[in-house]
Structures are given as structure tokens and as C-alpha cells.
Design a protein around this ligand. Structure first.
Ligand SMILES: C[S@@+](CC[C@H](N)C(=O)[O-])C[C@H]1O[C@@H](n2cnc3c(N)ncnc32)[C@H](O)[C@@H]1O
Length: 232
């Protein structure tokens, strides 16, 4: 792909192929939960944000915990005015910047090495695949709080409880399906001044990466939450 597509519709499959070229972290750290979002999940995520909800094209977008940049780069490829990636890890951010250059979106992206708490400003949209809090409890909550300070619209990915029923539908070819997020997540977002407008379930498959992974591939259900900040 390479060129910026703006209002021209990009095929989801082409976006996925482009995003599969974003290199993952060479030495991921378990305590930061540095796994890379699979290209198929990233393309579903961004497609929904861009074409179903019009929250990417010509918008200012920030990717909190950007890792090596797959989501921010995807947003830029779809025509974001500017996509800013923030991560606490220097190696990840350096690679994100290189990935952006290789994919032809250097001028529409910027990269910051920082804790998300240090970020202030006004953006149209936050996109994030935060640490799920598996290694460090409650790690995802800080991301939700910060995202609601920065933008009106937030797309946030969270681990969800396993459900055989849901997993069965999703392995039968449906890649994304509307599904209520947990009551806990709904209440937490509400306490932070937001509301989960819609949520979708997806299957996330990541390769074996960390000592505590028991299998060659690690598969679990996630919720993609579309959140809106409520007027004060
Ligand atoms: C699950 S990974 C997601 C990476 C990337 N967004 C993706 O989806 O491929 C979570 C990322 O959050 C970063 N991170 C964790 N805590 C952070 C913090 N307090 N501030 C900034 N980044 C953080 C990690 O370094 C890691 O890259």
C-alpha cells in the first residue's frame, strides 16, 4: 500500500497485508506486556474506527502504548491528519519510527518515548491496545483514565472472559461480533467520565513469547470498546 488513502476506501485485506509488514519488538518484556497486535485484529479495529464511525480520516489520533506502531501506522495509512504514538520503551518507539518510514507514513506520524501519564493535549481519537493487567494488575485502568482526558472518542482493547459460545462463532469465520463488555469495565469507564457506546468481541492469537505461556500459540478473547467522553 504505502500511499495515503484518505477518503478512498481501502480493502480490509490490503490494510492487513500492509500492517503485517510492521516489525514487532525484537526483545519484548513480559512486565510491559509487549506483544504486538496481530495484523488481522489491527485491521478490523481500524476499519471500524475509520469507516464505520469516521474517527480516523483527517483526525488527530494518539496511540497510547504504541509499541512498534502497528495501530498508529494503520491510522496514518487510512488518512489520519496526524497519528502520534507514545510508549515508555525506547527500543519500541525507535522501531515504530523506522516502521513508519518503511510504510511511507513518516510525515503523518510522530513518536514519543514517555509514560502515558506525561501526555497532555487534545486529540480527536485515542486508539489503544494497553497492557491487559495480566502481569501488572490494573495496568489497563491508567490507560482508560488517560484516554478520557485526551479525547472524546476512544477505541480500547481489553481481555475478556472466555466464552465457548462466543469463541465458537468467532472461529466459524466471523472475525468481529457485537458483544457486551464486562460490567466491571462498563462501571470503571463510567467512573472515569465515559460511556462504552458499543463493544465487539474478537479472537486474538499471539505467538509464544514469554516463559509463562504454556502453548506454542496463545489464543484468547478480547473486547474492542468504543468509548465516548460524557459531557460534564
Ligand atoms: C500490549 S502492548 C501493545 C503494543 C502496540 N500498541 C500493539 O498493539 O502492537 C502494550 C504497550 O504498552 C506499553 N506501555 C506499558 N506501560 C506503559 C506506560 N505506563 N506508558 C507508556 N507505554 C506503556 C508497553 O511498552 C507496550 O509496548
Amino acid at each position: 500500500m504505502g500511499e495515503i488513502v484518505q477518503r478512498r476506501l481501502v480493502r480490509k485485506r490490503n490494510l492487513e497485508i500492509a500492517l503485517s509488514k510492521v516489525k514487532p519488538h525484537p526483545s519484548p518484556k513480559a512486565y510491559l506486556e509487549q506483544y504486538t497486535i496481530p495484523a488481522n485484529v489491527a485491521s478490523e479495529f481500524l476499519y471500524l474506527a475509520a469507516y464505520v464511525n469516521d474517527d480516523i480520516i483527517e483526525k488527530t489520533v494518539v496511540d497510547l502504548g504504541c509499541g512498534t506502531g502497528r495501530l498508529a501506522i494503520g491510522a496514518a495509512l487510512l488518512g489520519a491528519k496526524q497519528a502520534v504514538g507514545v510508549d515508555i520503551d525506547k527500543t519500541a518507539v525507535r522501531l515504530a519510527s523506522k516502521n513508519a518510514s518503511s510504510l511511507g507514513v513518516k510525515d503523518r506520524t510522530s513518536w514519543i518515548v514517555a509514560d502515558i501519564d506525561a501526555i497532555h493535549g487534545v486529540f480527536d481519537t485515542v486508539i489503544q491496545n494497553p497492557p491487559f493487567g495480566v502481569q501488572k494488575r490494573k495496568a489497563d485502568r491508567r490507560f482508560l483514565q488517560k484516554s478520557l482526558e485526551l479525547a472524546q472518542r476512544i477505541y480500547s482493547l481489553h481481555k475478556r472472559e472466555n466464552s465457548k459460545e462466543l469463541a465458537k462463532t468467532l472461529t466459524r469465520g466471523t472475525r468481529i461480533k457485537p458483544a457486551q463488555p464486562s460490567v466491571f469495565l462498563q462501571r470503571f469507564v463510567q467512573r472515569c467520565g465515559g460511556k462504552i457506546r458499543t463493544a465487539y468481541a474478537m479472537i486474538m492469537t499471539i505467538p509464544y513469547m514469554f516463559k509463562f505461556h504454556r502453548k506454542r500459540k496463545h489464543e484468547f478473547l478480547v473486547s474492542l470498546c468504543v468509548i465516548e467522553r460524557e459531557a460534564e
